[in-house]
Design a protein around this ligand. Sequence first.
Ligand code: PLP
Length: 701
Amino acid sequence: KRKYRVLYRNNEDHEGIYKPLLNKSISTTANTIVTTTIIPTSATTTTTSMIPAPLLPTTTNNNDTTTSKTETEGMDSEEFRKRGKEMVDYIADYLDTIENRRVTPAIEPGYLKDLVPLEAPQRPEQWDDIMKDVEDKIMPGVTHWQHPRFHAYFPSGNSYPSILGDMLSDGLGCIGFSWAASPACTELETIVLDWLGKMVGLPEEFLSFSENSKGGGVIQGSASECVLVSLLAARAHTIRQLKKQHPFVEEGVLLSKMMAYCSKEAHSCVEKAAMMAFVRLRILEPDENQSLRGSTLQQVMEEDRAMGLIPFYVETTLGTTSCCSFDNVAEIGPVCAEYGAWLHVDGAYGGNSFICPELRGPMKGIEYASSFNFNPNKFMLTNFDCSLMWVKDRFRLTQALVVDPLYLQHSFSDKSIDYRHWGIPLSRRFRALKLWFVIRSFGVEGLQRYIREHCRLAKKFEAHVKKEPRFEVASPVHLGLVCFRLRGSNEINQKLLSTINASGKLHMVPASLNDRYVIRFCVCRQTATDADIDYAWNVITEFATNIQDIKTPEIVNKNQLEATKEEKEEAEKEAEENTEDVFKMLDCKNKKSLEFKRSFFVRMVSDPKIYNPKIVRGLPAARDRRHTYTDSSEENNVPVSSPTIDSDIVTELLRQTNLKEVFTDSEDKFKFITKTTSDLSERFLACKPMNHIRRGGEVGQ
Ligand code: PLP
């Protein structure tokens, strides 16, 4: 029995016995943030901080030396039934009362190592003790992604049928790497992937069961894996083709000529995939709506081909991470076809929306794609991990990934699919179950309703922003995401966001669009309501008023709105100069507030390119994101990608008499060296940033 003492904000004091799973120690009133502090009975200090201190046991009994049944068996089925039911209750209670918790945790990095022993227990522990620690030690460090005030990133798919699907998959505990290893795992995956392919309107060539189809779908762990696997497949295919033309040229030499492309707005996983696959990636400028256009791609492919390079892979995004923009696949597709390049379409978030026929516009041109992916674990109520990938030609995919040792072979391989050849891991969970449960429980119509409702609520939020002259919508609103900002400097917007996040009243993350710091507001909760949107807008405007009250002169006033462009620029400059003073005042004002210091949550983000302020600084939107060479890559320990060639080689190249051209693009500080070799009639390209040479003599190729 453990005692606790609770001190409420109104100084009411309460002592009692702790009951696991029914943690009455957190008191709430409707729409109020929890303000209770739990303190051990032994503590003498009283505090009214917003941070629930860990509930520490007042008595411990570790001296019992008898061996119990659980010590030898872990947990038997009888106890599992009991604990399983309790766990279901715990999860349902958690989700029902989630808004009584603070959306982001109010702790500092390393908080847990003071609460959890750094050595594993030698003896079994009681289940009650374990669960008590979940509530007392783990929950204070959890960001509540299903919280109605969570508007960061994209939704994290979650629903009861999906949770039950994963529970059953865990219960079965089978590892379906091949058909023979667990036939139902494979067969259900193939069927459900065909269901979903039809639901989003993919051409028949992508489906397993359509006539004469070479295509099919597979569940991968993440969109990043889908991108990597598609790149590996394209790379292997291109090298095979080139080998036929140049049988005596090394694969490595061929690879050094191959070029992949994506937009500056593509997810950073594309850069990561290129880095891992040892592939050169050219990152292209999208148009003013953050959409990559066919003409841009055509131009760079022509340039590259003229340089002796081989365009072989293009990654496009339908629903970009920063602002949910859509690359123009209808224009890009024919360009890829002309160059024989593999076109991958990443619809991690946006792809889910194509189950609504009226939202399928951006899919135009999908028939040109070699592969396509989207994540039901983002926008289709399915728990992580569940990223779906379809290919038009499954043999091209598996040729890059097949390794077939004797112990994994079986007699049905010619009649069945072995998904181990479709991805990186051998072992695979039974993920199709949760997807099957979700689709059957909601029906296609239920899932369409959910997506349409999120789109409606985003439009409602956009209408709020448009009504307030202090704010602006920063990019066209698509699906459930709105990018907005206070009219004024980047700093004031940064301050607004970090202050809101620090308060724990809402959680949002920023993005950088056209060099401007914008705030992303995403509708995330499964059952989000109009009231959630109104609440969020009230919080945002209240914080904006607080910031602007302190700030003089105001960033935007009526006169400024009517002012000429020059006057506006002048006023913005002045406002920026004043911002620092304002921040100092704010810092002073909030010095004593512990929560205020928690702004590191703003930096707890999934995409370093977009969210890490350091990287954003290093990668202004106007500059090409040549990941190989940015200074910020070094600063942030983002590895500099290969292939690289030694400066000695370049020096030698320069010295040789058959060097044909040397020219410099002074704006980008990149040097292009083109060389015609007498024997191979091929042109080599070496580009290097001047600052790299100066620093380490290192040269990128
Ligand atoms: N692609 C896009 C467009 C994304 O928005 C994201 C993540 O938000 C990813 C890829 C990476 O997704 P995953 O975490 O499944 O690798």
